[in-house]
Design a protein around this ligand. Sequence first.
Ligand SMILES: NC(=O)c1ccc[n+]([C@@H]2O[C@H](COP(=O)([O-])OP(=O)(O)OC[C@H]3O[C@@H](n4cnc5c(N)ncnc54)[C@H](OP(=O)(O)O)[C@@H]3O)[C@@H](O)[C@H]2O)c1
Length: 226
Amino acid sequence: MRPLVVVNVAMSADGKISTRERRQVRISGAIDRARVDRLKAESDAIMVGIGTVLADNPSLTVKSSELREQRVKKGLEENPIRIVVDSLARTPPDADILHKGRGSRIIAISDKADSKAVKALTRHAEVIRAGSEEVDLRELLEKLGDRRIHCLMVEGGGRLIGALFRTHLVDELYTYVGNIVIGGDGSPTPSDGPGFLREEEFVHLHLVETSSLEEGVLIHWRVEKK
Ligand SMILES: NC(=O)c1ccc[n+]([C@@H]2O[C@H](COP(=O)([O-])OP(=O)(O)OC[C@H]3O[C@@H](n4cnc5c(N)ncnc54)[C@H](OP(=O)(O)O)[C@@H]3O)[C@@H](O)[C@H]2O)c1
């Protein structure tokens, strides 16, 4: 069975998640970052696309030492399993996600990945193959479920989240709307890629909760199943 997929994304008041140069920007404040850290600590795994690894070089570790200790007390690794969706195995072998913090890593690739690059990554991570051209997200999630990953947090970026919505694999969405305007025609948004063309295809959301956080708003949505 595939894991529950919880997407967390921070966007500006005008709906952008970074600049048009794909440069990472601080959208939320300390309180929201602590909430994201708790969500991460409660998840079995955390996933990003290769675009985010190349743009931001995130480590995706749990930042609070208290939360890491709580995980260890429960018999878990300090950090959730970190997963990169990376068809061509382009994750740099020195990327922070492969080196910072303890815990397991998974690189999800497709048949298109270069075997030398795959070999280099197997030194640092388990490599899962799913899909012939790009990573087949449904197949990947089934494989993650087989590894007893029940709750999967997705941290972005826009193209990965867009693909998860298009394949109806998202269960919950947290959107933090921050008090900045980034602008830019090509700036990434929370759900990029081809999107939906017809209204019948749109994904519908059920509003679970809204709360004011610092100078922004946190919105928790549940995806309505068709
Ligand atoms: N504000 C936030 O909350 C937040 C969070 C994270 C990231 N970001 C921002 O988001 C931007 C990166 O987003 P992005 O859209 O460029 O990259 P991304 O979503 O992180 O990664 C997209 C890449 O994943 C790979 N991929 C493999 N299989 C896929 C599939 N089935 N469907 C979709 N993608 C697949 C593709 O590359 P291959 O074809 O090479 O596999 C694709 O280009 C950065 O600017 C970053 O700062 C913002």
